[in-house]
Design a protein around this ligand. Structure first.
Ligand SMILES: Nc1ncnc2c1ncn2[C@@H]1O[C@H](COP(=O)(O)OP(=O)(O)O)[C@@H](O)[C@H]1O
Ligand SMILES: [Mg+2]
Length: 291
């Protein structure tokens, strides 16, 4: 269980009580295992069998004497995990049909909670031959044509990866589509019926659709153990991949690899091996695209 993350039972009684009141039914809570950033992430099963997924962050409490930063630069000094929760709530109505919808929000007693439709299923398996790979392709294909929602402030792909690119590359990452940008197997749930749905939209971004396919390709290599060639074959099944600008794809893949090396330098768990896979994927794309 990552630091900062707590179990349902550790939530203040007042918070758990408020949720019980909001649900109007008794429930059992199961803490999800793979939560990367949430303060709390639990799946609640009501006596009716209905599932509600609750994700939350502690209220921002400025250090004594410190003022809450007004700057709203992405991930700047004023950025907090609550901003990620707010972004996830704001983008939710605009997500692909398969993505779980926000049911309600509760703020108070030191916590901000978002409740989502609970998905009855399991995290996707990315290994070669997995029956989940085609449904994930379908989920990315469902997302690809969606425009970034007007009226929702989202980071651009350049805000996310510009730091790891050459100045002249800005245009290569320009685009107006809604992106997920964290297609890790822990953020893809396969429903009992076999459909895959993308969860955890706290990093929603605006840019060209092929970016999510490129990031998934990297995860097929890093988490699934695919060869870059095998990962490419799966990526090519997602609409838009084979027509994407080869130079732009190579620039993004290299930028993502650099980002993982930075995370590895910060000793982020598993970042080291992911950084190596990201290098392999970027090198393959660079060679294949003769960039
Ligand atoms: N709607 C949902 N229904 C059921 N389980 C979910 C749902 N959304 C997320 N999960 C599970 O909870 C875990 C943590 O949620 P996630 O939104 O990914 O939080 P974090 O931002 O902390 O990674 C996910 O890895 C997934 O297994
Ligand atoms: Mg997650």
């Amino acid at each position: 269980m990552t630091s900062g993350r707590i179990r349902w039972a550790q939530l203040p009684e007042a918070v758990r009580g408020a949720v019980g009141e909001r649900l109007g039914a008794s429930f059992t809570a199961r803490d999800t295992e793979h939560s990367a950033a949430a303060g709390i992430a639990s799946l609640l099963e009501l006596e009716s069998g209905a599932l509600v997924f609750v994700k939350g962050q502690r209220e921002r409490v400025p250090a004594p004497g410190a003022v809450l930063e007004e700057d709203d630069s992405w991930w700047g000094p004023g950025w907090s995990p609550v901003d990620e929760l707010d972004l996830e709530e704001a983008v939710n109505p605009h997500l692909p049909p398969s993505a779980p919808r926000v049911l309600w929000r509760l703020d108070g007693n030191g916590w901000h909670l978002l409740a989502f439709e609970g998905v009855a299923g399991r995290e996707a398996d990315f290994v070669p031959g997995s029956p989940d790979l085609a449904p994930v392709c379908a989920a990315l294909a469902e997302l690809a044509p969606l425009p970034a929602p007007p009226g929702v402030r989202l980071p651009t792909a350049w805000d996310r990866w510009g730091y790891y690119c050459a100045d002249g590359d800005r245009e290569l990452l320009a685009g107006s589509r809604l992106l997920h940008t964290d297609p890790a197997s822990t953020n893809v749930l396969v429903e009992d019926g076999g459909r895959a749905c993308l969860v955890d939209w706290s990093w929603a971004t605006v840019g060209p659709a092929w970016i999510d396919t490129a990031l998934w390709g990297m995860r097929l290599v890093s988490t699934g153990g695919h060869s870059p060639e095998q990962a490419w074959q799966w990526a090519a099944r997602v609409p838009g991949w084979t027509v994407a600008d080869p130079k732009a794809v190579a620039v993004l893949a290299r930028a993502e690899a650099r980002r993982w090396h930075d995370l590895a330098a910060e000793q982020k768990a598993t970042a080291d091996s992911i950084a190596r896979s990201a290098d392999e994927w970027a090198a393959f794309i660079t060679t294949r695209n003769r960039i």
